[in-house]
Design a protein around this ligand. Structure first.
Ligand SMILES: *Cc1c(COP(=O)(O)O)cnc(C)c1O
Length: 360
């Protein structure tokens, strides 16, 4: 006897990247920042007393909202703190799309999106990316014609790392009849010369929702803290109706506040990751593994064949280096490699050199 709803029974769950208990592996498979969180975060953690946990935390993480609002030049009611960015995805789907409603996603992209739409029993509308990994020019018409209530686009794109210009997203949001969620999990690693900033656009577009997370840019994947940015009217139903009563805990609130207050220290890690991104992409290209132009903290490396991608993945794993292999259409001949420290990247390259020369 099964007690699950039929859509839950028939769905498959999310498969996270490997999180080995061993600490001696070089972990380049789930896009963590290779550098530690700021010293202010360490101090905030050391300052927490067990007595602080006796009471409930601020239900809205109010101090974080104010700090994030100041950082983005917005108001605190434009900020919705969540238990990781993933909670914002779940809140957006359950708040804006009902069972049977259409949710559009680019394909390929973050594999959690279809899992969350399955849970809500939505109809998924995958919009295949073109050969150059950009969206079809008529994406807004595709979404509107299908009656999509919500569309989720990740920018910079995962797993390619390609950045779509802010203007293109503003154009889509302006003409789309549903909510456009732009997942900006990797936005901190975008080169400042790109002048990419969608946050001001939420003042004009009441259907534009941005996802931010402290997991990648702020080196706090273990903390589980993210936030949404949007018009107060867009955030209100999630803020006051659909989120858990205390969705972010006291410890995470304290550390998240310290992290955003010391953003300048995190920013130095973003610069280092960008520098290494350039070096690693050039070195991989020399090894016959060219990468797409990434504005993120990972590279998608093109192998000569599916067989080569799989065997390089296995060989690296045997040597204690984890990268991500996606057994999915269009990705089976590629490896997604998170940018590590210079030493980790060097080790990766040394391990690959032996392999690709033997293969080639
Ligand atoms: C990491 C990531 C998120 C959010 O992750 P959290 O750890 O839950 O904040 C969202 N979207 C994409 C594409 C990601 O890679």
């Amino acid at each position: 006897m099964s007690y699950e709803r039929p859509n839950i029974e028939s769905m498959s769950g999310y498969v996270p990247g490997e999180q080995p208990a061993r600490t001696d592996v070089i972990k380049l498979n789930t896009n963590e920042n290779p550098y530690p969180a700021s010293s202010a975060v360490a101090q905030a953690l050391a300052a927490i007393r067990v007595e602080d946990l006796r009471r409930y935390p601020s239900p809205t993480a109010q101090r974080f909202r104010q700090l994030a609002a100041a950082y983005h030049g917005l108001d605190s009611d434009n900020i919705l703190p969540t238990n990781g960015g993933d909670e914002l995805l779940r809140l957006a789907i359950t708040t804006f799309a009902g069972p049977g409603d259409v949710v559009g996603v680019a394909e390929p992209s973050y594999s959690l999106y279809p899992v969350l739409t399955d849970i809500q029993d939505c109809r998924l509308l995958p919009v295949p990316l073109l050969d150059n990994w950009s969206l079809p020019g008529n994406v807004t018409a595709i979404l509107n014609d299908a009656g999509a209530r919500l569309a989720i686009l990740v920018n910079p794109h995962a797993p390619t790392g390609i950045l779509m210009p802010a203007d293109s997203l503003i154009e889509i949001a302006s003409n789309f009849h549903g909510v456009l969620l732009v997942d900006e999990a990797y936005v901190d690693f975008v080169d400042p010369d790109q002048r990419y900033d969608l946050a001001p656009a939420i003042r004009e577009l009441d259907n534009l929702l941005l996802l931010r997370t402290l997991s990648k840019g702020y080196s706090l994947a273990g903390l589980r803290f993210g936030y949404g940015i949007g018009a107060a009217s867009l955030l209100a139903p999630m803020m006051f109706k659909t989120r858990d009563s205390y969705n972010t805990d006291y410890v995470s609130q304290q550390l998240a506040c310290a992290a955003i207050e010391s953003v300048d220290e995190a920013r130095t890690t973003w610069e280092r990751v960008r520098l290494e991104r350039g070096h690693l992409a050039a070195a991989l290209e020399q090894l016959g593994l060219p990468c797409l132009p990434s504005e993120s903290n990972f590279l998608l490396a093109q192998c000569r064949a599916e067989q080569e991608a799989r065997s390089l993945y296995e060989h690296l794993k045997q040597q204690g280096i984890l990268v991500r292999y996606f057994d999915q259409p269009r990705l089976r001949d590629k490896l997604r490699i998170s940018i590590g420290t210079p030493e980790q990247n060097e080790k990766l390259l040394e391990t690959l050199i032996g392999q690709t020369s033997r293969a080639g």
